[in-house]
Design a protein. Structure first.
Length: 397
């Protein structure tokens, strides 16, 4: 096992009607003015935004608003948010939404207190030293950004999708009412469950050392998400299922399931980031579409983990060689994805990248990773290209 630092400063307020406490929670931070950041659509139509505004007003907290966040949040809106915060004297950002809104809020938080270009952080040119404090009202169980140190932003020029990690962006508080996720479209719920699973698997499929306790937590989390994802497929109004998945989303990406390993693989995420940047696909669906190809490409280099996954998570009981057991685990995971209507290849995702586009994605993925990415297997540009080709169903692969 590896030594580790585990840092989770976010206060979690979980349960029904917890959004009513937002005004009090913000007031406790001592802030003077809030940027209320959100996407739009259901947050407005459902009345949630209005309830939060009323909660802030009851506590005498002034605020300005900035909506318009989209999936794969855009750098241009981040720049706009930075400008608004500086002009209005904002000293706290309240993100109302899912991972895209929270990630956008984190980027704005970095940029307000920095004299340079906030994209420098995502391009790995500089490190951020400060960030405005951030609070969250979570409406989508998926990204885990409500407790994580990471955010992902897409730069329209070149459609580069890049992530950045820094503990200073971890939210001060996260309000989680599972009822707020009930009205999500089935596809979005399934994408969220996939993202939660992937955040755990990225930390699970590693080489070099693990902890039994951490493995047990990760395996239990994955089994729980799969169990309740199927319930939500058939009964989307089920509060218990919504609550289980929402809490799993936070625990999957706050660092807990990576304690004692080498920091995680995250190659599947890196591969999907290029898909998301080039084709603007839903993040969870993009992950599902490339995972099986990644798994088959790397399994020989991480065989004990794939065998353990097959047995402890996917319930494979058939005897056989390590190769056969690992293969059955991968097949079982893909069968689960299909059961919740997630794609397992790029054709099912609805895209057909050309050879040149795949080469471009592999090159950009390699460059973003500093030359290589992964723990289960260190992937270089040619490896990444091969995985894209496998996911696209290239002949002979």
């Amino acid at each position: 096992m590896f030594g580790f630092h585990y840092y989770t400063p976010t206060k979690v307020v979980f349960g029904k009607d917890t959004e009513k406490q937002v005004g009090t929670l913000v007031k406790q931070t001592g802030c003077k003015k809030v940027l209320l950041h959100y996407g739009g659509g259901s947050v407005v139509r459902s009345g949630l935004l209005g309830r939060i505004q009323s909660s802030l007003e009851e506590e005498g907290i002034p605020y300005v608003t900035l909506g318009g966040v989209v999936p794969n949040p855009r750098l241009s809106l981040v720049y706009r948010g930075i400008k608004i915060c500086r002009e209005e004297g904002v000293d706290f950002i309240l993100a109302v939404g899912g991972g895209s809104v929270i990630d956008s809020a984190k980027a704005i938080g970095y940029g307000v207190l920095d004299d340079g270009d906030v994209w420098d952080f995502y391009a790995r040119i500089r490190q951020a030293s400060r960030c405005l404090p951030i609070g969250v009202v979570l409406t989508i169980a998926a990204a885990g950004s409500e407790m994580s140190n990471s955010s992902v932003i897409t730069k329209e020029d070149g459609m580069a999708k890049r992530g950045y990690k820094n503990d200073i962006c971890r939210p001060v508080f996260a309000v989680m009412n599972p009822e707020l996720t009930v009205t999500l479209p089935d596809y979005q719920t399934a994408c969220g469950c996939t993202d939660i699973l992937m955040h755990t698997m990225e930390r699970y499929f590693t080489n070099g050392g693990n902890m039994d306790l951490t493995d047990a937590v990760a395996e239990g989390l994955m089994r729980t998400v799969m169990k309740y994802a199927l319930i939500l497929r058939d009964h989307p109004e089920d509060y218990r299922a919504r609550a289980e998945v929402m809490w799993a989303g936070s625990l999957s990406h706050n660092g807990l399931t990576g304690c004692g390993n080498d920091g995680g693989d995250f190659a599947t995420h890196a591969l999907e980031h290029e898909l998301g940047g080039m084709f603007d696909v839903a993040h969870g669906a993009g992950l599902a579409a490339v995972w099986g190809s990644w798994a088959r490409y790397v399994k020989q280099d991480c065989m004990p983990r794939f065998c353990r996954f097959a047995t402890n998570v996917m319930g494979v009981t058939e005897e056989g060689t390590e190769e056969e057991v690992a293969a059955k685990g991968i097949e079982a995971m893909e069968a689960f994805y299909r059961s919740i209507h997630m794609p397992t290849n790029l054709k099912e995702l609805g895209i057909a990248p050309t050879e040149e586009q795949m080469k471009t994605m592999a090159r950009m993925c390699s460059q973003a990773a500093g030359g290589q990415k992964g723990s289960a297997k260190k992937l270089k540009e040619e490896d990444m290209l091969q995985i894209y080709r496998m996911a696209a169903g290239a002949p002979g692969l």
